[in-house]
Design a protein around this ligand. Sequence first.
Ligand code: PLP
Length: 450
Amino acid sequence: AALRGDDDQEFLPQMPPFDYTPPPYDGPSAAELLEKRQRHLNPCMSYFYRNPLFLVDGKMQYLFDEKGRRYLDAFGGIATVSCGHCHPEILEAIFNQTKKLQHTTALYLNRASAEFAEALASKCPGDLNVVFFTNSGTEANELALMISRLYTGFHDIISVRNGYHGNAGVTMSATGQCNYKYNVIQSGIHHALNPDPYRGIFGSDGPKYAKDVDEIITYGTCGRVAGFIAEAIQGVGGIYELAPGYLQAVYNSVRKAGGLCIADEVQSGFARTGSHFWGFEAQGVVPDIITMAKGIGNGLPLGAVVTTSEIAKVLTCHGYLNTFGGNPVSTAGGLAVLKVIENEKLQQNALKTGTYLKNQLLALKEKHQIIGDVRGRGFLLGVELVTDRELKTPATRETLYVMEQMKDMGVLIGKGGLNGNIFRISPPLCFTREDADFLVSTMDHIISKM
Ligand code: PLP
């Protein structure tokens, strides 16, 4: 039977049934852990919710707190849990490898990293077939940007405003949002206009925005650049899909100026967008370097840079090694992820169910003035809340309120954008139509009562 609200006796949206009950939690309380965290962990970390959610168990698209309460995970650990929490085949691959050989560096041969590199290369277009393993998206982008400087012999890098590429030296500089930058100065980084169809000055005209990159090359550099980096769909920035035709025009300009084109697929890769395996494919381009992390390992700390053998050679004079890159446990997990995406047709599900979810959210936009925009592809979707549709005034406070209420009703979503007024929906790719209905009816219920 549907749950009843205590005041108005209405029917509340009901979470789809799910055949798993976690074992009872008998560890330290949330209050005890919070006290430890406040004393010993990163002091600038804020929580999504007023009282931090304490999660102890996960199964596919669901998470459980210490009281055994179930939540629909529509954020996927920031677009990271691609196949589902604790997916049994991935667990088995990790466990089997852990029992045999937990670590060796790339100085020795290891089966998992060689087989995973081959499988990964087979998913990349053109002659992108040399893989460097890293441990995060930041590290992958740092390496890609360094390769572009070494290979071309030039220094200047162009990225896109509102993009996010990581939090180390060059990647933090390439990131185009003040929220994620400290005052550390890196020379030679230029931020191009964001080709954002919702707020951008040229609407959906990608080639017009691309002219800004020409201007940067002409007026801001010696006319030659090391490279260009962009996400096909900006994730942290608030799910902005680059206007059509943008990448093709930019790639032409950057290559004419001697630079390499880097596709940051940390969020948009690994089948998440549904229509393609990689986000950039929707723009009909082939990059010179692809960087990836998050969904590649379903939650394992794993990242990679894939490029051509010609470009990869630039690192051979000094060699390139990091201690954990290509670790057998991570790469055995990565190989299992690729198999699960294939066997369970997760890309097809991201397309079908993601499109269904987007259409339901678009219908919600017709109903509620506060929803200014619904965008994205597959299971990388954004819902932007505004207090005034004409002026597009960010509804930051309302976004937080809806998120908090959705959590209380059992749905976890993310938020992003410069003003924190954009819901980010990036669930594990096993998310079902019933899950989509539950998410949308929960959002509808809360917004209707605001
Ligand atoms: N690139 C993109 C597109 C990202 O979304 C992120 C992280 O959110 C990164 C790079 C950095 O990845 P990591 O947090 O694994 O260092």
